[in-house]
Design a protein around this ligand. Structure first.
Ligand code: PSV
Ligand code: MN
Length: 386
């Protein structure tokens, strides 16, 4: 029998960053569904994220998306976060929602548009200087829809040049994490479609550039844990955007569709020295279209904790022995023993030992917070991902 008590202390270092946009309304291209109590500004989003931390103890930082979370005074936003026991984390730039970016941003054929996109990213670094954030996350909607629409090779050169210009503005303590996505919104070709392309651009930029792996950004059937192993091997896995998918970039609660995949990914994270390791940021990138925003985040954070606990339970000696003996059945059994171990009662005890509620979800619903925000946040414009 695997003993959870042996690995519980290793869970103390788990930190999960939540996205500010998870607390706003979201939907599909068919409909955005508003929820009662939805935040109206970045301050209220931080307050909601702090509730997730209050009941789980796992969420010390909140990622911002600019311009969705633009405020006049970022120091005041940071102080607000601090007063609620959290900090501001990764700054996400946004070069996909402006008319000018119809044909791309950092890879756009027009120098004027590229300059605008570069300057936006530099402005995000200026915000990081105030908030104390380490990472600038760049995800690009750049690509083409039709063969021949633009010069694929030329776009790569322009992208490399733009990224180099942004990189030059980083301080020694700051990083760029470059996210890839295999399709959408461009469908013929995407300028950063895969981990290899992201890695090549990161290498060209320099050591402060790392790859961001969004678990929803691969073709069905892709072995994501292999990518994790490979990027950790070369020291370039900077962060995760965790979410769950059935078909495309579904942005569902992480671990919802395939908890076994999350387990396998987290096993490779542990195996490759990615946990505990502050240089690998474990972030969520999700939207809650039909479930309550805050509760959806609590569920996601707990799913990561549960699958990490199971990954830590894999017996390294037994596994190494079975692998060395070329015994696939025994090796697979070691993996499955860990995966099938129900860690939930042990994690409840761990929480109580930390002064946290044994059942975070129940504690959130009992706290009265949801009722309070539903009563207080009437009027104003609810935040949304668009
Ligand atoms: C793009 O699909 C993405 O995964 C990027 O991380 C964005 O910043 C995020 O979603 C929010 O749209
Ligand atoms: Mn993402």
């Amino acid at each position: 029998m695997l003993n959870l008590n042996n690995i519980l202390p290793q869970l103390d270092q788990l930190e999960i960053e939540v996205p500010s946009w998870a607390y706003g309304n979201s939907g599909t291209r068919f409909k955005v569904f508003p929820q009662k109590g939805t935040p109206r500004d970045a301050f209220e989003k931080i307050s909601d994220a702090a509730q997730v931390n209050a009941v789980t103890g796992l969420v010390p930082t909140v990622a911002l998306h600019i311009p969705w979370d633009t405020v006049d005074d970022y120091a005041a936003l940071a102080a607000h976060a601090q007063s609620l026991g959290v900090k501001l984390g990764t700054i996400n730039s946004n070069t996909f929602q402006d008319e000018d970016y119809k044909f791309g941003s950092l890879a756009h054929p027009d120098e004027r548009v590229r300059r605008k996109a570069i300057e936006h990213n530099v402005a995000c670094i200026d915000i990081m200087d105030v908030t104390g954030s380490r990472d600038l996350k760049i995800w690009l909607a750049d690509g083409t829809n039709y063969p021949g629409q633009d010069d694929i090779r030329g776009r790569q050169e322009r992208l490399a040049d733009s990224l180099a210009q942004i990189y030059a503005h980083l301080s020694d303590a700051q990083r760029i994490v470059l996210e890839y996505k295999f399709f959408e919104p461009a469908f013929y070709h995407t300028d950063v479609p895969d981990w290899g392309t992201s890695l090549l651009h990161c290498i060209a930029m320099g050591p402060k550039a790392m790859v961001c792996l969004d678990t929803g950004h691969h073709a069905p059937g892709t072995n994501i844990e292999f990518i994790v192993a490979q990027l950790l091997r070369v020291g370039r896995l900077g962060s995760f955007d965790f979410n769950s998918r059935f078909y495309a970039d579904d942005d569902l609660m992480v671990g919802a569709a395939d908890p076994f995949q999350l387990f396998r990914i987290l096993y490779e994270v542990v195996r490759g020295g990615g946990y505990p390791n502050a240089s690998v940021a474990l972030m969520l990138d999700q939207c809650h279209n039909i479930e309550n925003h805050i509760a959806g985040q609590i569920r996601s954070v707990l799913n990561v904790q549960e699958m990490l606990a199971r990954a830590l339970l894999v017996d390294p000696e037994a596994l190494a022995a079975a692998q060395k003996a070329c015994d696939p059945l025994a090796a697979n059994e070691v993996f499955m023993d860990a995966f099938y171990t129900d860690v939930r009662p042990g994690l409840a005890q761990w929480r109580v030992s930390k002064g946290l509620p044994a059942d975070p979800m129940a504690a959130f619903w009992a706290s009265g917070y949801q009722e309070r925000i539903e009563a207080e946040r009437i009027g104003g414009v609810q935040a949304s991902w668009t």
